[in-house]
Design a protein around this ligand. Structure first.
Ligand code: ZN
Length: 348
């Protein structure tokens, strides 16, 4: 049996929910937040644009943004100089540095560590966001694929530990991106051209994650932050196992709110259990999207829309985190793993 009308396409079917339930919109985070996964494109170029960024962040109660734009050398120095010239923002924006993974081979580690030390002297507070081409398309000097756990990279991870720099790393894509785009793929709406990863390509999802975990394991003194909850927010059991096995690993929540918010009981318990290991981060800079995070974290609201239809066609639920967990996720964990951040003036 089917309705008389022709079925709408999946793109057009947007049913109005008739559910009437308590609604608590949260414009501002309950505690001042650090956005550990900042990409404020176009707003770092001048004192004036930084002031606009400051006004946006004030409206959200984001006190500090960590710029994860993977920049090094002169570009990093220019950004830091602009931040320092801004009376309003000089204590509110900090920058991560990038590592140049091209041509790893003899002499690479010495050069990379020297550049890292120079970037720290210029003001960098951590490393990242190491982009997803690392492990996938970057080649070594000898032409082979640069694996995430290549031992030739160890000196840079050891330098990060010595300099107390967290390493923020994005590995691969969500697992459904590696699967056929068919009627069973729950990320169908997002798999527009160029988004899907060919299943024939290596490393595939599991191979990449295995290499990533080897990298984390072989450098236990280095603090790593796996971006996007390591793409395991859809499998919190797996992520929990990883965090339990590897005490040097943290995660940020950027752009995976659709997975956190669809399992409110599981997410609540996970955030409580791993409250010392999760950092707030937003990824794409869209000020109007942050309140969806506050609402998921702070309320117990039922069945509300996500902000981006192509990530998720399903609804979100609040996970009602307690205040002490919110504080850790919003700012305390970022301050703890990033000692070069301004440490004063935060609620304790
Ligand atoms: Zn990012």
């Amino acid at each position: 049996m089917a309705p008389e009308e022709a079925a709408p396409s999946i793109l057009d079917y947007r049913p109005r929910s008739t559910l009437v339930a308590p609604t608590h919109l949260v414009k501002k985070a309950r505690y001042p937040a650090i956005d550990f996964h900042g990409h404020p494109q176009g707003m770092l170029g001048s004192v004036e644009s930084l002031a606009r960024l400051g006004a946006d962040l004030d409206a959200l109660n984001v006190r500090m943004m960590i710029v994860a734009n993977n920049v090094s050398g002169d570009a990093l120095k220019r950004t830091v100089a602009t931040i320092n010239a801004s009376p309003a923002m000089k204590d509110r924006v900090r920058v991560l540095t990038g590592i140049n993974f091209q041509n790893v081979g003899p002499g690479w580690a010495e050069r990379a560590v020297a550049q890292l030390e120079a970037d720290v002297a210029a003001g960098a507070v951590g490393i990242g966001e190491i982009p997803k081409d690392f492990g996938q398309t970057i080649r070594k000097a000898n032409g082979s694929r640069l694996a995430l756990d290549d031992p030739e990279l160890d000196p840079i991870w050891q330098a990060a530990a010595r300099l107390k720099l967290p390493v923020f790393i994005h590995t691969g894509d969500p697992q459904e991106f590696y699967k056929p785009v068919d009627n069973n793929n729950e990320r169908w709406l997002e798999l527009f051209p160029g988004r899907r990863v060919s299943p024939d390509r290596h490393p595939n999802f599991d191979e990449l994650m295995k290499e990533r975990d080897n990298l984390f394991r072989r450098n236990p003194k280095t603090t790593f932050v796996a971006a996007h909850m390591g793409w395991h927010a859809n499998d919190l059991g797996r992520l929990g196992k990883m965090l339990t096995e590897m005490p040097n690993v943290y995660v940020d929540v950027g752009a995976v709110l659709y997975d956190i918010g669809r399992q409110p009981r599981g997410s609540h318990d996970f955030f409580v259990k791993f409250q010392d290991r999760i950092l707030f981060g937003k990824d794409a800079y869209q000020p109007e999207e942050y309140p969806y995070y506050w609402r998921v974290f702070e309320t117990n609201d039922d069945y509300f829309d996500y902000y981006r239809g192509y990530h998720a066609f399903w609804k979100l639920y609040g996970i009602g985190l307690p205040d002490d967990v919110l504080k850790k996720v919003y700012y305390e964990n970022a301050l703890k793993i990033t000692p070069r951040l301004p440490q004063t003036g935060w609620p304790r």
